[in-house]
Write a protein that binds this ligand. Structure first.
Ligand code: LER
Ligand code: MN
Length: 272
């Protein structure tokens, strides 16, 4: 499994779950120096970025692009796919295409869809069907660009649609598109599931475990809280998950220390 750090891109002021301090280029150099295999990019305005230049910087630092995270768009701009204002929802839909473009041009395998999907409550009962249709279209576009979409179950305090792995798998059935799968985040798994490991097994068995976010129960680096990351790593090794483990957690006490703590703890578990 490859280890990644979530980092905000250059146009972003602040995302609380992005790691590393300094300018974007410094972040990449630090990620490489700390031994990360790659980074998950968290942009707010993907179309404003020079994807080819980012790709070149990643290559120069021998880092992979683990994913394009959409959470920064929601956090910074407030846009979401189910936004109750149709104009904002349209802007979000266009931005999803921009995220897909950045993934394709930047060399990332997928775009995450977590908080960026928005909430059902403000839009009512047709929201689920609308999201299914948006993801069918976006999945087709992603596939045409050689990338995929990973929907992320989020805990009940952050989302009212798709809170756990089973709801995620049921949603994928409704979408029915081969380029749309799931991402499991250990922080959300800890709140919503009754096992730290079974959800990974079920989603992997369905062929839909495409990405993993790391964060302990307190959203600090793995090892700083209560989650049994040794059991999760063992399970992921047993089920043959070889993709990214991407740290998306609070930059505390600062983004450099949290990155270093995450990487050293996860490496020690992988080598155990
Ligand atoms: C939000 O809590 C989260 O985990 C992000 O990945 C959502 O986009
Ligand atoms: Mn996450």
């Amino acid at each position: 499994m490859k280890l990644s750090l979530a980092v905000q891109t250059a146009e972003v002021q602040f995302i609380p779950v992005a790691l590393l301090r300094g300018a974007f280029e410094e972040k990449l150099a630090k990620a490489a120096a700390l031994g990360a295999d790659g980074v998950e990019l968290m942009p707010a305005d993907p179309a404003a970025l020079d994807a080819a230049a980012i790709r070149a910087s990643l290559e120069q630092n021998k880092l992979g692009a683990a994913a394009i995270g959409s959470g920064g768009v929601k956090f910074v701009t407030g846009l979401s796919l189910l936004h109750p204002d149709p104009k904002k929802a349209d802007q979000a839909r266009a931005r999803l295409d921009d995220l897909i473009e950045l993934a394709a041009a930047g060399g990332a395998p997928l775009v995450t869809v977590g908080s960026f999907r928005g909430l059902l409550a403000p839009v009512g009962s047709g929201g689920r069907e609308r999201l299914v249709s948006i993801l069918q279209q976006a999945g087709a576009y992603a596939q045409s660009r050689g990338v995929r979409l990973a929907i992320e179950p989020l805990n009940r305090y952050e989302a009212d649609l798709i809170n756990n792995a089973d709801e995620g798998l049921a949603f994928l059935e409704a979408v029915g598109h081969p380029a749309v799968g799931l991402l499991l985040d250990t922080y959300h798994v800890n709140i919503e599931e009754s096992s730290w490991t079974d959800p990974f097994r079920r989603v992997m068995a369905a062929g839909k475990l495409w990405h993993v976010h790391l964060g302990d129960n307190n959203r600090l680096p793995p090892g700083q809280g209560l989650i049994d990351f040794a059991a999760i790593v063992t399970t992921l090794q047993q089920i043959g998950y070889t993709d990214w483990l991407s740290a998306e957690l609070l930059a505390l006490p600062d983004g450099d220390i949290a990155a270093e703590q995450t990487l050293s703890h996860m490496r020690s578990l992988q080598e155990a």
